[in-house]
Write a protein that binds this ligand. Structure first.
Ligand code: HEC
Length: 222
């Protein structure tokens, strides 16, 4: 009985101290001050465990489709590059100022399954700056981005540019990729969904030839 009373007393004091600390303003919320080693260990671990569990049941469509991958690059360029960077492009100001920093998706694409990449892209990650693209985009649009992301480990700066050119007119953000642009100022027009038409029209030409990759040997960067 004495042990239980001591335990409850200790927990109560710990809670009071924690809440007092939160109210005191001593905690530094600046995105420029680094997280503690404990947070750096706990947060990524909890995030990846959560993503793994929640993406288990997702049925992955055939992503080895060149037309789909090319359609995905327009959207990747418009929606992801500003924070995550892209082959030949470092992250822009918005990405450089975030804490935790947006990881290099080339690494993530090697370390995460397609279902996990899709889940994160669609649902976003709380309190990090990673948006839930599912709030504004259809699954089909997001699968195209995932199909492209899976190719990232094989894409250098030169092939990124040439893929962007061949993607002209394809993808949800069709037309956004004609050269360098400021992605922060774009607005999303849901009537622009051209992915399927564009992908269908080129599927025959490309023959849907994709490459199979072995992601099992890679380590996760963050
Ligand atoms: C406003 C900035 C921002 C934009 C735009 C953004 N992300 Fe992120 N993203 C982040 C941040 C920050 C994280 C890191 C979250 C964390 O550490 O838990 C992240 C994490 C991720 C991860 C998890 C990677 C890993 O290794 O854990 C994936 C996958 C991802 N983003 C995909 C995308 C895709 C795809 C797009 C475009 C459709 C996109 N992001 C656009 C900020 C952004």
């Amino acid at each position: 009985m004495k042990i239980i009373t001591t335990f409850i007393f200790t927990i109560t004091i710990a809670c009071i101290l924690l809440v007092s600390f939160a109210y005191s303003g001593f905690y530094d919320v600046s995105a420029r001050s680094p997280h503690s080693a404990f947070t750096n260990w706990l947060a990524p671990m909890a995030m990846h465990a959560s993503v793994k569990r929640r993406s288990k049941e997702i049925a992955v469509p055939d992503l080895n489709d060149e037309a789909l991958q090319i359609a995905g690059i327009s959207d990747f360029d418009a929606m992801c590059k500003s924070c995550h960077g892209a082959p030949g492009y470092p992250a822009e100001a918005v990405g450089k100022g975030l804490n935790p920093p947006p990881p290099d998706l080339k690494e993530s694409a090697s370390a995460m399954t397609s279902a996990e990449l899709f889940w994160v892209t669609k649902q976003g990650i709380k309190m990090t700056g990673m948006p839930a693209w599912g709030a504004t985009h259809d699954d089909e649009d997001l699968w195209a981005v995932v199909a492209f992301m899976k190719e990232l480990p094989n894409i250098d700066a030169v092939s990124y540019e040439s893929m962007l050119l061949s993607a002209k007119g394809m993808g949800h953000h069709a037309g956004d990729n004609a050269g360098h642009h400021d992605t922060q100022t774009e607005s999303h027009d849901e009537s622009e969904h051209q992915l399927h038409d564009a992908a269908d029209s080129t599927a025959e030409a490309s023959g849907g030839a994709g490459t199979e990759h072995d992601h099992s040997t890679h380590k996760h960067g963050n």
